[in-house]
Ligand binder design. Sequence first.
Ligand code: ATP
Length: 446
Amino acid sequence: MGDKISKIISLSKRRGFIFQSSEIYGGFSSCYDFGPLGVEMKNNIKRAWWDKIIKEHENIVGLDASILMKPEIWKASGHLTAGFADTLVECKSCHKRYRADEVDSEICPECGGELTRPRKFNLMMKTFVGPVEAEAATTYLRAETCQGIYVNFENVLNSMRLKIPFGIAQIGKSFRNEITPKDFIYRTREFEQMEMQWFCHPKTAAKYFDYWIKERFDWYICLGIKKENLRVRHHKKEELPHYAIAGADIEYHFPFGWREIEGIHNRGDWDLKNHSKFSGKDLSYFDEDPPAGGKEKYFPFIVETSGGVDRSLFVFLTDAYQEIKGGRTKTTKAAKEIEILLKIHKKLAPVKVAVLPLVRNKPKIVKKAKEVYRLLKPHFVCQYDELGSIGRRYRRIDEIGVPFALTVDFESLKQDDLTIRDRDTMAQERVKVENLIDVLKEKLSS
Ligand code: ATP
């Protein structure tokens, strides 16, 4: 893995973004825990997605379906058949398995043993409901959130009195028994998805497919991802999954190459048709106002946008990470050091404001700084830091991407004000404490 990724992994652990799961027991492969800053950032990503999708569109509603569902759903979706399987080869000697498309020789990259012929391996995670581990009690942890949306199509349509076109959005955990989890949190066995399913007339699906690719691409750009690190890759026909008519990936240029971060698919009528067939419930839609006029009964087409919370957090961290050699904070010491700056978008930054007393040994300054911290805490995610020189503290908060640092100094005691330092420009301005909440709200939303 690239040098930059190693640095991000190390920063993530050191500063409380991401920890290896079960670490004190030696770690649990491909599972991660999000620390105090990681969970704030994840929540910010989910909020930014929800706000964009639900608040900025008139006809998209939310859902939170259960992770465990009737196993028949996974038969209807194609997940229990060849459709949701990786092709693997296994080493006859050490029994390690690899995705067939990731090894280009006939011998094991690990031990040099002979590899088996490729065979399919299903990615669904099996579990049991009820007290017995019998076949009848078998079900699966969901491998994608969207099936919960399809099986609730009618419930949502009727309860919300919606008309086509409309969308249903959901954020939640998914599980896949990935065979080659790697690249930190890029591919894990437990992850969160943000999915939106757009139900529309078949004749309009191609138009909405283009629309949603643009919408989703722009979302990443608006949240600060550099344009040159983002691209759309349209799928060739032979690459399309079993359910799709058309597909495109939004890809990010990671240090380990261009990789998918979100998929957009025109799924045609595959989903509602199949769930009608398998459940016996007719999920077709009676359209009283179709585009060509008259009245029409059909299975709505679905255009889906499917992104990962963890994967996009990885993107936002990677894109924001910068190393600046000496001089940002302009002390002699700093000139010799490499400073880390996490230029995360203000909306996503896990900590919004840091409160710093200029010096630690003046009780009146410390007292005032603590008062400011308590004043702000109900409004913003804040940190109070009094340890070390002011330059070192600025560097500590730059490293976790805090957009604004407030310094309480001697003047503050006389004037009831403080300085606000902007992370990106390092410009400083004095603001009265009584105006502080409004000023920060304004700065954080601009
Ligand atoms: P890949 O080819 O990377 O396995 P996929 O095409 O199977 O991904 P989709 O089923 O389209 O992925 O899932 C949609 C999104 O969910 C992905 O773009 C990604 O952001 C996220 N995602 C899927 N699998 C994982 C995983 N194992 N770990 C983390 N995120 C994932």
